[in-house]
Ligand binder design. Structure first.
Ligand code: ASP
Length: 402
C-alpha cells in the first residue's frame, strides 16, 4: 500500500503541532488523550518482534549463501564500529574543549530505582544474555538482541536445509509481506499517535522546565552540537564519499522515520517505518535492509554512545573529577559498549550510563543532573541512532555490490 506523496509527513507535522498546542493550552485534554498514544506505541511494539525475526531470517534466505551472508555481516559490523567510534570520539573531544560541566553546581539528587538496579549488572551478564535459554521469555521481556542472534542461527539453518527452494523461502516471503501489511495499517494512525504522545509529554513537562533547561544550557548545547556535527557532517560525508549519493536528498527519503524517532524516542518502535522508508524510497535491496536495520536498531546507536561520552565527561567536570588520558580512553570504550547494550526504547541510555560512570569512579548520583532534560535529549539521540542505521543500509549495500 503506497500512501500519497508526503501524506504521512504532513499528517505527522500536523499531529506534532496540535500535540504541542494541546499540551500547552489544554493540558487536561492532552493528558486524557495519553491513552491513544499508549495504544499506538503498543501497536508498533506488537509488530516489531515478528518483523525483526521474520526480516532477519528472510534476509538470510534471500542471500542464499553463507559466505556472502558472512561478508554482509562483517561489513555491517565494521560500519557500526567505525561510526560509533567516530561519534563517541567526537563527543568526548567537544566536551573536553567546551567544558560544559565547569561551574555547574553538583547536587546529590535521588536517582530512579531502575538505575539503582543497574549498578549490579556487569558486562559479563550482558554477554550471558546474548543466547537466551528460553526464546519466549526473551520475547516477553522484549530482549531484541538475543532474538536477532537466534534468528541468525535459525535463518542459516533454514537456508542450508531449503537450498533456496521449497516451502521455507516461500513461507517467509509471505510472512514478511503480511507483517508489512500490518505495519502499513498501524502507520496510518501515526498522526493521531504523535498528537497524543507529544501532547502528553508537553503537558507533564511542567512550567519550570524552561528554567531547568537554562540551568544546564551549556551541557545541552554541547550535546546537541556534537549530535548535529555527527548527523549533519560526519555521516553525510561518509555517505557521499562511499556511495556518491546526495546525503540530504537521502535524508529527505527517510524523513518520516526520523520524525517518528523524535516523537517515540525509540529506535525499536520506529523500525517498521524505517524499514518501509528505506525499502520503498531509497532503492535499497531488501536483503541488506532486512539485516542491517533490525540489528542496527538494537546495537548501532551513534547518538546514544555519543551522549554517554558527553554526559559522563560533563558529570566528572561538574564534580571536579580530573580525568587523565587513560580515563578518557576508558570512557571512550565503555561508552561504545553502553550504546550497544542500551535497549532501543526510551531513555535506555540513561540506565546503561551507570556502567560508564562506574568505570571511571564517578558518582552515579551525577545522573540526577541530567534527569530532568533526558526525555528531550533522548529524542535527539534516537533520531541520530535511526539516521545512522539508514545511512548504514546505503553504505553497506554499496560495498556489497562492489
Ligand atoms: N531511546 C534510544 C533509542 O531507542 C536509546 C537511548 O539512548 O536511550 O534509540
Amino acid at each position: 500500500m503506497k500512501l500519497p506523496n508526503n501524506f504521512l509527513v504532513i499528517g505527522m507535522a500536523i499531529g506534532f503541532v496540535l500535540g504541542v498546542v494541546s499540551g500547552v493550552y489544554t493540558p487536561g485534554l492532552a493528558e486524557g488523550a495519553a491513552v491513544i498514544g499508549t495504544l499506538f506505541l503498543n501497536a508498533l511494539k506488537m509488530v516489531v518482534l515478528p518483523l525483526i525475526i521474520i526480516a532477519v531470517i528472510n534476509s538470510i534466505l534471500r542471500i542464499g549463501n553463507l559466505s556472502v551472508f558472512g561478508r554482509l555481516g562483517l561489513r555491517t559490523f565494521l560500519y557500526y564500529v567505525a561510526t560509533t567510534c567516530l561519534s563517541v570520539g567526537l563527543g568526548i573531544v567537544i566536551a573536553i574543549v567546551f567544558e560544559p560541566g565547569s561551574g555547574v553546581e553538583a547536587t546529590l539528587g535521588s536517582i530512579p530505582d531502575s538505575i539503582q538496579d543497574t549498578e549490579k549488572i556487569t558486562i559479563f551478564d550482558m554477554l550471558l544474555s546474548l543466547i537466551p535459554g528460553n526464546i519466549f521469555q526473551a520475547a516477553a521481556e522484549f530482549k531484541v538482541l538475543p532474538l536477532i542472534i537466534v534468528s541468525i542461527i535459525f535463518g542459516s539453518a533454514f537456508m542450508i536445509v531449503s537450498k533456496g527452494k521449497g516451502v521455507l523461502p516461500e513461507l517467509f516471503e509471505q510472512l514478511e509481506q503480511a507483517v508489512m501489511l500490518v505495519v502499513n495499517w498501524v502507520i496510518l494512525f501515526t498522526p493521531i499517535g504523535i498528537f497524543a504522545i507529544v501532547g502528553e509529554k508537553i503537558a507533564s513537562a511542567g512550567g519550570d522546565f524552561v528554567s531547568i533547561l537554562l540551568g544546564i544550557g551549556k551541557y545541552i548545547s554541547v550535546l546537541l552540537g556534537s549530535l548535529g556535527v555527527h548527523a549533519l557532517f560526519v555521516l553525510p560525508l561518509l555517505l557521499f564519499l562511499i556511495t556518491r549519493r546526495n546525503p540530504f536528498s537521502y535524508m529527505n527519503k527517510v524523513k518520516e522515520a526520523l520524525l517518528m524517532a523524535f516523537t517515540t524516542a525509540s529506535s525499536a518502535a520506529t523500525l517498521p517505518l524505517t524499514r518501509k522508508n528505506v525499502v520503498e524510497n531509497t532503492g535499497a535491496k531488501k536483503e541488506t535492509a532486512d539485516f542491517v536495520l533490525p540489528l542496527g536498531a538494537t546495537v548501532n546507536m551513534d547518538g546514544t554512545a555519543l551522549y554517554e561520552g558527553v554526559a559522563v565527561v560533563f558529570i566528572c567536570q561538574a564534580y571536579g573529577i580530573t580525568l587523565g588520558l587513560s580515563a578518557y580512553v576508558t570512557i571512550f570504550v565503555t561508552a561504545i559498549l553502553a550504546g550497544v547494550g542500551a535497549a532501543a526504547i526510551p531513555q535506555a541510555g540513561l540506565v546503561t550510563m551507570v556502567v560508564v560512570l562506574k568505570s571511571v569512579g564517578a558518582p552515579i548520583e551525577g545522573i540526577g543532573l541530567l534527569l530532568s532534560v533526558d526525555w528531550l535529549m533522548d529524542r535527539f539521540r534516537t533520531v541520530v541512532n535511526v539516521w545512522g542505521d539508514t545511512v548504514g543500509v546505503a553504505i553497506i549495500g554499496k560495498l556489497n555490490r562492489n
